[in-house]
Design a protein around this ligand. Structure first.
Ligand code: FES
Length: 82
């Protein structure tokens, strides 16, 4: 029997009030739907974060160690497609 090693990706979605109001509520729903439709739920973990005082850059999403700012649904499709 061979084990397949799967490296989990972590998507951190800022749920602070500014990022939330600027679009991260919709972005979070979009990410969850994208993961479900593409059967990525064993490869991706979604976590929320509190405000990190970078509100002017929001909505913010961090994938592993890479930060994305002013994120739209189009951006998410590109990010998750990588
Ligand atoms: S609410 Fe996201 S950085 Fe402040």
């Amino acid at each position: 029997m061979k084990w397949k090693e799967v490296k989990m990706k972590t998507i951190k979605v800022c749920m602070g009030s500014a990022c939330f109001a600027k679009g991260n509520f919709e972005n979070l729903e979009f990410i969850k739907q994208y993961i479900k439709e593409n059967n990525l739920d064993t490869e991706v973990t979604i976590v929320g974060s509190l405000c990190e005082n970078k509100c002017e850059l929001g909505p913010r999403i961090i994938v592993d160690d890479t930060e994305y700012t002013n994120v739209s649904k189009d951006d998410i499709t590109k990010i998750l497609g990588k």
